[in-house]
Design a protein around this ligand. Structure first.
Ligand code: ATP
Ligand code: ZN
Length: 286
């Protein structure tokens, strides 16, 4: 029987849409069976398993899944025997300590002898131990941010993305403990043929991630301005230059970051560039 790899992704939540999109961008197509939550993909010998994110590290350690996409925060909290294969650049957040905004913060010793509510007791206790602080950790499973208001704890340790939830609960962020993004984790005992599929998937993921924010720009310009235009093009190794049917005009093709493009568009026009086309790039294979 030929080798197939099973990859676990979040069933529904903040990771699921981007995880699904990443697999699609890598050419992995599938229809989920809503009863078994398992799908056989085409495009690569891979099966998809939909799980709660908290279960993914354990399933990957046990080889029920060979790969998983999960928040680095969850991987750190579960602390299972899995390999972190790749940071995926989406679902970024941080894990922070926060206290009521009217309290004066004096450094981590503030938390000495105080109670802290969190859903992430392992990451927190490791951090406090490292800082030599003894606190009373209250593990709760959700709505951590209301704990100080209802008198359950004097501080919280939780996920922060914009900070809006903290502010609306009268809290202020005082320490960033961990920065997190979605990561690809793998079982530690893959066979060579399983590893070969992981390597192919990684190759595709890198091609997809490498094209993020990049645009393919085409423009026409008077040939005598070619050198000045080349000087303007940021980070481009060597643009493609082709003669146009119209004499003394050239077409220039280059790949650049979208943000850089906006900075040079006016100078390009001043140099006589015309008919500028900006096109999306799906993949870049270096
Ligand atoms: P599940 O039902 O699968 O257990 P969940 O409610 O535990 O889902 P989500 O809220 O979907 O989890 O968050 C999944 C992950 O998304 C988090 O563990 C974290 O890595 C990341 N994330 C990014 N930004 C945020 C945010 N603002 N709030 C919560 N999680 C975030
Ligand atoms: Zn969860």
């Amino acid at each position: 029987m030929s080798t197939r790899l099973r990859i676990a992704i979040q069933k529904s939540g903040r990771l699921s849409e981007k995880s699904t999109q990443l697999l699609a961008d890598c050419g992995i197509r599938y229809d989920i069976n809503q009863r078994t939550l398992l799908a056989s993909a085409e495009g690569l010998p891979i099966d998809i398993l939909l799980l709660r994110d908290d279960d993914i590290p354990q399933y990957v350690e046990d080889q029920v899944a060979h790969l998983g996409v999960v928040g680095e925060n969850v991987a750190a909290e579960m602390n299972k025997k899995v390999n972190l294969v790749k940071r995926l650049g989406f679902s970024k957040c941080r894990m922070s300590l926060a206290i009521p905004k009217e309290k004066e913060y004096t450094g981590t010793s503030f938390f000495e002898g105080k109670s802290i509510a969190t859903s992430y007791p392992n990451i927190l206790s490791q951090y406090l131990q490292q800082k030599g602080v003894n606190s009373d950790i209250h593990q709760i499973s959700g709505s951590v941010e209301i704990a100080p208001n209802i008198g359950l704890a004097e501080g919280i340790f939780d996920i922060v993305s914009t900070g809006g939830t903290l502010i609306s609960n009268g809290l202020k962020e005082v320490e960033i403990v961990l920065r997190s993004e979605a990561v690809l984790i793998a079982n530690q005992n893959l066979t060579a043929s399983q590893q070969a599929i992981v390597d192919e998937l990684l190759f595709r993921i890198e091609a997809v991630m490498g094209s993020k924010g990049k645009k393919y720009v085409l423009l026409n310009a008077p040939a005598h301005q070619l050198e000045a235009i080349k000087d303007l093009l940021p980070g481009v190794k060597s643009p493609t230059v082709m003669p146009l049917a119209q004499e003394n005009w050239v077409a220039i093709h280059a790949v650049m970051n979208e943000t850089e493009f906006w900075e040079i568009i006016q100078p390009l026009k001043l140099l006589g560039a015309e008919d500028i086309l900006v096109m999306p790039i799906e993949k870049i294979i270096p």
